[in-house]
Design a protein around this ligand. Structure first.
Ligand SMILES: [Zn+2]
Ligand SMILES: [Zn+2]
Length: 340
């Protein structure tokens, strides 16, 4: 028998059809990315090919990383083929009574995370992951100052099933002058919870997860990693600050260093136990103008991808998940406890 569960954050439903899964390590049948080489002559993000990208906005020198043979250890550049452009106007226009549109104003940046073409968070030294998150924070804070920007979406696509077009490890940041209905709906649910109970929805959820315990994968000084009650994909993971912190922009240095270790361990266990699966990682943080709202609590979602979505998911907005979250959490927790 399958089960239908509701996500308390989004109120979305998922179907857990565990009979469709073969084993917890079903992912092992999929090819991993371990065949990639350290350098590719035709890769625009590899050292020596800097001219193939727009000029760097931020560069961390190679000297920050022990044994780094490249001049830089991390670079941030504008996307060469951006979805949005900084030159546009932010006022909205109307065509007829229904249709609203505006210039494609915004920012689209790429954080080239490491000089090595085959570097992967999960297998890097913690110090190198810390540099990546430092760059996330620096660009997030800088883009937040821009008056026309309402939402900053930071994400990583790992592997072709997650929609990546370039193998070289990178994070993208897109700053938009508009909010989607998805973000609005999440804000509404969080606000409703705060209005009703006087507490943060995410803090309450975290407390309940800690009380139950069986979906928790690991805990660090500042973060908890768990599989949500109604995950959108098998092995979906959340990394969430233990203390109430509305926006990612508010993270301080000790928290940032702890996040680097936690993320490296979390993605490391996926890499080893699930054979380096394709995944999407999203940083979920409130709209820029609401960065200090009491109802918000930023977090990272990691969504491993086995396949593409079918007509059912696209038509209904209901996702089918094949593994019970507590089983997925146990499988990953064992990996962390046993060091693999
Ligand atoms: Zn490369
Ligand atoms: Zn909270």
């Amino acid at each position: 028998m399958s089960e239908i569960r509701q996500n308390p954050i989004t109120k979305d439903w998922v179907i857990i059809a565990s009979e469709r899964a073969k084993r917890p390590d079903d992912f092992k049948e999929l090819p991993s990315h371990t065949h990639l080489c350290e350098y590719r002559v035709d890769c625009p993000f590899c050292p020596g090919n800097e001219k193939m990208t727009p000029e760097a906005i931020l560069v961390f020198p190679g000297s920050l990383v022990e044994g780094c043979s490249s001049e830089w250890s991390l670079r941030v550049v504008e996307n060469k083929y951006p979805a949005l452009f900084p030159q546009g106007m932010i006022h909205r226009k109307r065509t007829g009574p229904f249709y609203v549109h505006m210039d494609g104003y915004g920012r689209h940046e790429v954080i080239i995370e490491n000089p090595k073409h085959n570097a992967t968070i999960g297998t890097l030294p913690d110090a190198q992951v810390e540099l990546i998150i430092r760059a996330w924070r620096a660009r997030f804070r800088e883009l937040s100052k821009n008056k026309g920007v309402r939402l900053i979406t930071l994400f990583r696509n790992h592997g072709p099933k997650a929609g990546t077009s370039l193998e070289h490890p990178h994070t993208q940041i897109i700053a938009t002058p508009v909010l989607s209905s998805l973000i609005r709906q999440r804000m509404e649910e969080a606000t409703r919870h705060l209005d009703t109970y006087g507490t943060c929805l995410f803090c309450d959820l975290l407390q309940e997860e800690k009380r139950m315990g069986d979906r928790i994968v690991m805990e660090s000084d500042y973060f908890v990693v768990f599989v949500p009650f109604a995950p959108q994909t098998s092995y979906e993971l959340w990394i969430i600050p233990k203390i109430h912190q509305p926006s990612f922009g508010l993270i301080d240095d000790p928290e940032l260093a702890d996040l680097a270790r936690t993320m490296n361990q979390t993605l490391g266990v996926l890499y080893r136990r699930l054979n380096d699966p394709d995944y999407n990682l999203t940083l979920n943080t409130p709209p820029v103008q609401e960065a200090r709202q009491e109802c918000c609590h930023w977090h990272i979602r990691i969504l491993p991808r086995r396949g593409t979505y079918s007509g059912f998911e696209l038509g209904s907005g209901i996702y089918i998940n094949m593994i019970y979250p507590q089983e997925a959490a146990r499988f990953l927790r064992e990996g962390i406890n046993q060091g693999f």
